[in-house]
Design a protein around this ligand. Structure first.
Ligand SMILES: [Zn+2]
Length: 461
């Protein structure tokens, strides 16, 4: 195992002191009490003897296993759900959240400042949603808490909020500006000219260059990448030169090359967390280190996050990370002047389905240029087939729950509690026809591909 420390821009003695303090804090938790018993950090050789913590060990530690402070000092509970459904439980203090929020605001004072309106579309359960609110409360602007995956702020309302308030920043997961952009266009609004958004602050899934370029162009906005996790909190944000710099004041990062070769995992020790400190936590994120100084002048290390090792695809003798797949697909879609694509991984190829917006480029060439050697197929589909804007705009209305309905006054005549809470809009006949047509076409394509997959299997009929 080869370990590559990503040295922050502080003196060794300061760093060793911070690591030692983290160890002492971590011993307050059940997970680290015995593991780190008696250990002190005076030199980097001491540090090299500290064991790595895996995601599995975090899960096994249980609900309170990572908590290193009394419950009375905790203000925030978060959990990450793994692909297996098991969760890691994280307990944070108010100061833990403030440190991440302040670091973001300090790095991006031009984005988060007084008078700047931030449409906060991060899901309520995800930590960035709370960091955005906190940034605003601490002087970094006006936050609109419009979490997505939330029926009270469906996509059309989010767009209306951005439009009506003149929001400057859209803070969300990377797909959000794609969806809002399509809904805007369906309403004859151009995100580049009809909305005041000048910054897309995006995190939570891979955000490769082709996707960043497309979003920057269609929104005429700067894209800032946010990197972190529920367990580690803030790990970095990207600079004006597009480099994702590690937040070395909050986390000590190392890159560990696994014995299987190739994969370089990011190992994180949280310097800035007291509620649930982590010591040499293997994030499972595969990263690429950027060499040389960044042209923005920031001396902190830059990385590219390729995605979770567990999510890598083996295809045609190549190992592809989500970052590479999304980058290639976004570039192919851009060739058709589209932001909307969907990738299906089949036994023998990647099927890249793209809503054709009439661009004159060559999507197959864009794919081949990035995924050389991996068989790919481009399937052009009609606008609306992958991202049905009509359907998304028909989200239900949700109301404050009531148990009394007065039929004598005009308005809705309710008979049940559920009717009072949710109202599904009725589609018009033509909307219904279009929805049925898209659904049938998708079902037919699914049957074709399923049949093909069956035939391709050895012993298939
Ligand atoms: Zn930079």
């Amino acid at each position: 195992m080869q370990v590559l420390p990503l040295l922050p821009t502080v003196a060794d003695a300061d760093l060793l002191g911070a690591l030692d303090a983290t160890l002492v804090r971590a011993r307050g938790s059940a997970l680290y009490r015995d593991r780190l018993a008696g250990m002190r950090i005076g030199t980097f050789d001491d540090w090299a003897r500290v064991p790595i913590t895996s995601r599995g060990e975090l899960r096994a530690a249980g609900l309170h296993g990572l908590r290193a402070v009394p419950l009375e000092r905790v203000c925030h509970y978060g959990e990450s759900s793994g692909t297996t459904g098991a969760t890691n439980a994280i307990w944070l203090t108010a100061a833990d959240l403030e440190r991440s929020a302040d670091a973001i605001r300090a790095r991006h004072a031009d984005v988060f400042g007084p008078g700047r309106i931030v449409l906060n579309r991060f899901p309520f359960m995800a930590a960035p949603a709370h960091l955005m609110q906190l940034i605003a409360q601490r002087g970094g602007g006006v936050a609109i808490p419009g979490g997505n995956i939330n029926w009270d702020v469906p996509f059309p309302r989010a767009l209306e909020l951005a439009h009506r308030t003149g929001a400057h920043v859209l803070a969300s997961m990377p797909l959000e500006p794609v969806v809002l952009g399509e809904i805007a266009r369906a309403r004859n609004l151009d995100p580049a000219t009809d909305l005041a958004v000048d910054t897309l602050f995006l995190g939570g899934s891979p955000l490769p260059p082709a996707m960043q370029r497309r979003l920057a162009k269609t929104w005429r906005a700067r894209v800032i990448e946010l990197y972190g996790s529920t367990e580690t909190m803030l790990l970095g944000t990207s600079c004006e030169a597009g480099t994702l710099h590690l937040e070395t004041s909050l986390a000590y990062c190392e890159v560990v090359e696994t014995e299987s070769g190739g994969d370089a995992h990011l190992i994180v020790t949280t310097i800035g967390i007291e509620g649930s400190p982590l010591v040499r936590f293997d994030t499972g994120d595969v990263v690429r280190l950027l060499g040389g100084p960044c042209r923005c002048g920031d001396r902190r290390p830059g990385i590219v996050v390729l995605g979770r090792a567990a999510e890598a695809l083996e295809l045609a003798g190549r190992r592809l990370y989500p970052y590479e797949v999304v980058d290639a697909a976004a570039a192919a879609a851009d060739a058709l002047d589209s932001s909307v694509f969907f990738v299906v991984v089949l036994a023998d190829r990647l099927l890249v389905r793209i809503e054709d917006a009439g661009g004159g480029g060559d999507p197959a060439a864009a794919l081949a240029g990035r995924l050389g050697g991996v068989p790919c197929e481009v399937e052009r589909v009609a606008p609306g087939m992958l991202l049905d804007v009509e359907m998304l705009s028909r989200s239900p209305h949700v109301y404050k729950p009531i148990v009394v309905s007065d039929w004598r006054t005009p308005g809705r005549r309710l008979l049940t509690v559920v009717e009072g809470m949710i109202e599904w809009p009725r589609p018009t006949l033509s909307e219904g026809r279009r929805w049925l047509s898209r659904t049938l076409r998708t079902a037919r394509r699914r049957r074709q591909l399923s049949r093909e997959a069956r035939l391709a299997r050895p012993g298939g009929d």
